[in-house]
Ligand binder design. Structure first.
Ligand SMILES: Cc1cc2nc3c(=O)[nH]c(=O)nc-3n(C[C@H](O)[C@H](O)[C@H](O)COP(=O)(O)O)c2cc1C
Length: 392
């Protein structure tokens, strides 16, 4: 179906948006360059044997989920026994994430992986968020996001979620509508949130009206993102099409569909301008996304009482734990950030999802909204080399 769509639109000359919803949706592509996903083998024996455990820990931290797979993490190892985490200001999403809220969450996911790895090594990770002061609500700056002090501590408990880190994937495929998310799996996810204080909620097949409303809001938010030129262009900028681009960048949204790769090679895949709302390229993607939503048997959400930077980072930590717990239950997960984004065109879906999950008091913020279900295995997403994240 996907392939036929591409052939039909190739003559029309516009294929760009038709590919976007499948971006990163590489299935288990044999075309994925091995080097781009080598990080998923975990740290090698050399790092395990090294006297300084920090690179071993970081090998797990860089496997954290990050919005658009931007990997905006910079670490400083200048002080022995410490890791200082900062944000790479060149790896932001000013159009779709104008307040850098998702970027901060993506630093929380990194910290959670780091903490799980530290526990595995019998280390206590004392994490001080924003040691030189937190960023304001609109902008981030060069000050560190976190300082992590590592200390051997026999009292530190290992966490079984560590065992899911190498297996974790974001799965954007159609899910199995015949397999609802069981109560025991929801309980495992809710349990994983702790010790975070955010509110975790979910709706399964038995809440049919809520499920229908969530599908509608997500679909409309997706349509808005696809048809707002500056937001779709932001995704195009981090789209990596074909083996060469994926191997070169090892970040962003991966697209390895052979037909698109061929069109790209022939110069028929135009990423320089946004397609029109009524282009087949756009409408087919709206349809595809609706099919994914229709196959979804469960949605989850995470609500914080405030929306300061600490709350955002901690929400990222909670999301990482919930996704790992879901993996442990054999489930797949796919965040639906569009309606949570703070650009003006999304104001209506933003209001609707906040209202639906009862987060309308000042400060209350839906930090994460995701679909959950059973899906076939997908390829891991690329990661840059560990050395690329280390500044000193
Ligand atoms: C805060 C945050 C928001 C995200 N929002 C979306 C989203 O709206 N749609 C999506 O497909 N993936 C979303 N993701 C998943 C990332 O795209 C994904 O983590 C990244 O591509 C790397 O893939 P991986 O999770 O399989 O390692 C989000 C991740 C984070 C941490």
């Amino acid at each position: 179906m996907q392939r036929r769509s591409f052939i039909r639109i190739a003559g029309g000359g516009v294929v760009a948006a038709a590919t976007l919803a499948t971006a990163s949706l590489t299935g288990c592509s044999a075309d994925m360059p091995n080097a781009a996903i080598e990080a998923w083998q975990g740290p090698g024996a050399d790092l395990a044997a090294a006297g300084d455990p920090r690179r071993w820990l970081l090998s797990y931290a860089i496997l954290a989920p990050h919005s658009h797979n931007l990997q905006s993490w910079i670490v400083d190892l200048g002080t022995p026994g410490e890791i200082t985490l900062s944000c790479d200001a060149k790896r932001l999403l000013p159009q779709t994430d104008p307040l850098s809220r998702q970027i901060m969450m993506s630093h929380g996911t990194f910290l959670e992986m780091l903490d799980l790895a530290a526990r595995e090594r019998g280390l206590r990770a004392d994490i001080t968020l924003f040691p030189e002061g937190a960023f304001g609500p609109d902008k981030i700056d060069a000050r560190p996001v976190a300082r992590i002090r590592l200390t051997p501590d026999a009292a530190v408990a290992k966490d079984p979620l560590f065992g899911q880190i190498l297996r974790r994937r974001t799965a954007r495929s159609v899910y199995d509508l015949n397999r609802p998310v069981p109560a025991v799996a929801w309980a495992a996810m809710a349990d994983a949130v702790k010790p975070n204080t955010l509110r975790f909620g979910y709706a399964g097949l038995e809440q049919a009206p809520a499920l229908a409303m969530q599908r509608n809001i997500a679909a409309e938010a997706w349509r808005i993102e696809l048809t707002t030129p500056r937001t779709i262009m932001e995704s195009f900028e981090v789209l990596r099409v074909g083996q060469a681009e994926v191997a070169q960048h090892r970040d962003g949204l991966t697209l390895l569909d052979p037909m698109v790769v061929t069109l790209n090679r022939l110069g028929l895949f135009d990423r320089s301008k946004a397609p029109a709302p009524d282009d087949y390229a756009t409408t087919s993607q709206i349809r595809d996304f609706a099919a994914k939503l229709a196959s979804t048997t469960g949605f989850l959400w995470m609500v914080t009482q405030t929306n300061d930077r600490v709350a955002q980072v901690n929400a990222g930590r909670a999301y990482a734990r919930v996704q790992l717990a879901a993996m442990g239950q054999g489930l797949s997960m796919h965040p639906l950030s569009q309606a949570l984004q703070e650009y003006p065109e999304q104001a209506k879906p933003y209001r609707e999802i906040h209202s639906l999950v009862d987060a309308t008091q000042p400060g209350q913020t839906v930090q994460m909204w995701a679909r959950v279900g059973y899906a076939s295995a997908v390829s891991p997403a690329p990661r840059r080399r560990l050395a690329d994240f280390i500044r000193a």
